[in-house]
Design a binder for this molecule. Structure first.
Ligand code: ATP
Length: 254
């Protein structure tokens, strides 16, 4: 398998403080990969750097062998699901999903405004794709409901739908299950696993619920103070002494 994402000696600093320090990791195509670690260890910092919302202060990020330096988030083959909901609350579920599709559109504003055949054809294709996503995520019944009126778990599912509509080959999930009840978490896990299996989308997940991470990941990288302290399949990481110590707060005198 080829590496889909490669972090080469990536550091991210804020002034003199390093939120991530010399992190090197390769994520394979189609892998379900998770970053785990205590609060403040640098997980979101790395996800933002991969997505292009921030740039590393040192090192390189490659996606599909291409150096991402200077390439903004909309130009990367990634879609980031934020920790907090980022949907248009008054718009329907399907219209929110369509927003993701627009990022994929080749027709420009003028084409759409004067209804050129190219734009009309693309609108049709976009709508068909969105309907497919609605079906896949089992949200047919609520597709016309304003998302602000939906329970939190369903809103997050719509957000997943919007990410799918961009057809990104790499999905970055920043605590997609935060604030969910057990049933909502179970449903969200089911859908993100299905996306991974059905579309072969590479997944990079941050999640505080250790049980969830261990259940659904192929591989887990554990960070502490911005550095990698464990890397492997869940069953291996679970018994890694450095990881156990980090969670129990044992000092190694570093
Ligand atoms: P959590 O699990 O609580 O979300 P995290 O592992 O995602 O934490 P980050 O959000 O990556 O951690 O933060 C890593 C460190 O970098 C923290 O100490 C945080 O306070 C610091 N940090 C993050 N963003 C900034 C910023 N813009 N300016 C200064 N420090 C920052």
């Amino acid at each position: 398998m080829s590496a889909d994402v490669e972090l080469q000696n990536v550091s991210v600093s804020f002034g003199n403080f390093y939120a991530a320090k010399d992190v090197s990791v390769k994520i394979e195509k189609g892998e379900f990969f998770s970053f785990l670690g205590p609060s403040g260890c640098g997980k979101t910092t790395l996800l933002r750097a991969i997505s292009g919302f921030s740039e590393p202060s040192d090192g390189k990020i490659l996606i599909g062998s291409q150096d991402m330096a200077g390439i903004g988030p909309n130009k990367r083959p990634t879609s980031l699901i934020f920790q907090n909901l980022a949907l248009f609350k008054r718009m329907s579920a399907i219209d929110n999903i369509l927003v993701g599709r627009k990022l994929h559109s080749h027709a420009n504003f003028l084409d759409v405004a004067i209804q050129l055949p190219k734009a009309r054809k693309e609108e049709k294709v976009n709508m068909k794709k969105c309907e497919e996503i609605v079906k896949f995520l089992e949200i047919e019944k609520i597709k016309d409901t304003p998302v602000g009126k939906l329970p939190y778990g369903l809103q997050k599912r719509v957000e997943l739908g919007r990410a799918l509509a961009t057809e990104a080959s790499l999905l970055l999930l920043d605590e997609p299950m935060a604030g969910m009840n057990v049933e909502e978490k179970r449903e969200m896990c089911r859908f993100i696993l299905e996306v991974n299996e059905e579309y072969g989308t590479t997944m990079v997940l941050i999640e505080h619920d250790m049980g969830v991470v261990m259940d659904i990941s192929d591989r887990v990288v554990v960070l502490d103070y911005g550095k990698i302290i464990g890397d492997g399949p869940p069953e291996e990481v679970r018994t890694n002494q450095n990881v156990i110590d980090a969670y129990l707060g044992v000092s190694h005198g570093e």
